[in-house]
Design a protein around this ligand. Structure first.
Ligand code: NAD
Ligand code: AKB
Length: 322
C-alpha cells in the first residue's frame, strides 16, 4: 500500500476495528485513517487522534459522500453482525452483512477503491473435514451469519472477475483480545473467560469443555489484514477468503491455562444455542495457501496470548476500567 493511502475502517469502534484503526494510523498517519462508527461511541485515542464519522453501512449515499469527502482509496470493511446475535434475528443479519458488502463493492467499482473484507470460519458447516479443513471444500454453513459470509465471499470474487475490483479477504478464526469487548459471536467465550477470571475468578462457559475451535490473538489478526493488503496483486490467487488458522484449543484446555495464572479460578459449563454453532465449525484449518501466496505466519501461541491477556486486563482493572 502507498504511504499516502487514505483509509476508511467501517466497524471502527468494534472489537477488531478499534485496534486496527489505531495500528493503521501508526503506520499511515493519524489523519489518513477515518474510523466509521455506528451505535457505539468511541473513546480515547480512537476519537482523539484521528478522524471519526458516524454512518449506517446500509446507507450507500452517505458512505459514498464520506469516501469522496475524505478522498478514501482503501476501505477495511468490518461492520457486521456476528454469529450469536445473527441467529437471534437472521433477516437483520442478512440485511446488514450482505447489503454492507454490496454497498462497499459498488462504490469500490465506481471509484477504483481497494477493499479488505474479513470472512470467517463460519463459512464451513458440518459436511466438510473438521480437522485441517481445506481451503477449497464444501461451504454449507448452518447459521445465517455463515450464509452471509459465503454470499460475501462470492460477491467479492464476482466483483473482482467482472469489474476488476481489488478486494482481498481472509477467513478469520475466533479473535481473542483485551481492549474492546467482542460483539456477540460464538467464540466470545475465549475472551469472556479472561474477564471472568480477572473480575471475580469465576466464569460460566456457554460451550462444552471438549469444544475445540481455532482462535487467533489480535496482533496476528491485525498483521494479517495489513499484510494481505500490502501483497502484490499478482500474488493473490483467490478473491474468496484465505483460510487463517491461528491456534486451536478446547474450552477445557483454556480453562486450565487460566487457572494456572489465576489460582482458585472456578468454571462451570452450561452450553446454550451457540454449542451447535461451535460444533459445526472446524477444529483447525489448513492455511498453507495464505502462507504461500502472501507470507502469512502466526506469531502468537496460546501461552504467550494468555500471559498478555492477563497483563492487559489486570492493568485495566487496576486503572479502574474493568
Ligand atoms: P464487532 O461486532 O465487534 O464490530 C462490528 C461493528 O459494526 C460495531 O462497531 C458496530 O457498531 C458496527 N455496525 C453495526 N451495525 C452497523 C451499521 N448498520 N452500520 C455501520 N456499522 C455498523 O465485530 P468484530 O469482531 O470487530 O468483527 C469485524 C469483522 O470481522 C466482521 O465482519 C466479522 O464478521 C469479522 N470476523 C470477526 C471475528 C472475531 O472473532 N471477532 C472472526 C471472524 C470474522
Ligand atoms: C463469531 O463467533 O461469530 C466470530 C467468528 C468466528 O466469525 N467470532
Amino acid at each position: 500500500m502507498r504511504m499516502d493511502a487514505r483509509i476508511m475502517v467501517t466497524g471502527g469502534t468494534g472489537q477488531i476495528g478499534s485496534e486496527l484503526t489505531l495500528e493503521l494510523r501508526k503506520r499511515y498517519g493519524n489523519e489518513n485513517v477515518l474510523a466509521l462508527g455506528h451505535s457505539r461511541k468511541p473513546t480515547g485515542d480512537l476519537l482523539e487522534n484521528g478522524p471519526f464519522e458516524k454512518a449506517d453501512i446500509r446507507d450507500r449515499e452517505r458512505l459514498e459522500t464520506l469516501i469522496e469527502e475524505y478522498e478514501i482509496d482503501t476501505v477495511y470493511h468490518l461492520a457486521a453482525v456476528l454469529s450469536g446475535v445473527g441467529e437471534k434475528d437472521p433477516q437483520f443479519a442478512w440485511n446488514l452483512n450482505v447489503n454492507g458488502i454490496i454497498n462497499v463493492l459498488e462504490i469500490a467499482r465506481k471509484r477504483n477503491i481497494k477493499v479488505f473484507w474479513p470472512s470467517s470460519i463460519a463459512v464451513f458447516g458440518n459436511n466438510c473435514p473438521q480437522d485441517n479443513t481445506p481451503q477449497d471444500t464444501a461451504l454449507q454453513p448452518t447459521t445465517m451469519y455463515g450464509v452471509t459470509k459465503v454470499a460475501g465471499e462470492l460477491l467479492c470474487d464476482y466483483y473482482h472477475r467482472k469489474y476488476g475490483v481489488d478486494v482481498r479477504s481472509v477467513r478469520y478464526p475466533g479473535i481473542v483480545s483485551a481492549e474492546t469487548m467482542p460483539g456477540g459471536g460464538t467464540t466470545d467465550y475465549a475472551i469472556a473467560i479472561f474477564y471472568g477470571a480477572v473480575r471475580n475468578n469465576h466464569y460460566t462457559c456457554f460451550v462444552r469443555e471438549d469444544t475445540v475451535l481455532p482462535m487467533m490473538y489480535m496482533p496476528d489478526c491485525i498483521n494479517a489484514a495489513i499484510d494481505i493488503m500490502k501483497a502484490p496483486a499478482e500474488s493473490i490467487n483467490t478473491r474468496l477468503g484465505y483460510n487463517l488458522n491461528g491456534t486451536s484449543f478446547s474450552a477445557g484446555d483454556l480453562a486450565k491455562l487460566v487457572a494456572e495464572r489465576s489460582p482458585g479460578f472456578r468454571i462451570e459449563y452450561k452450553p446454550d444455542y451457540r454449542q451447535a454453532i461451535a460444533d459445526s465449525w472446524p477444529n483447525s484449518m489448513d492455511d498453507s495457501l495464505a502462507s504461500k501466496d502472501w507470507g502469512w505466519k502466526v506469531e502468537w501461541g496460546l501461552d504467550r496470548m494468555a500471559d498478555d491477556m492477563f497483563a492487559r486486563l489486570r492493568k485495566r482493572k487496576a486503572d479502574g476500567h474493568l
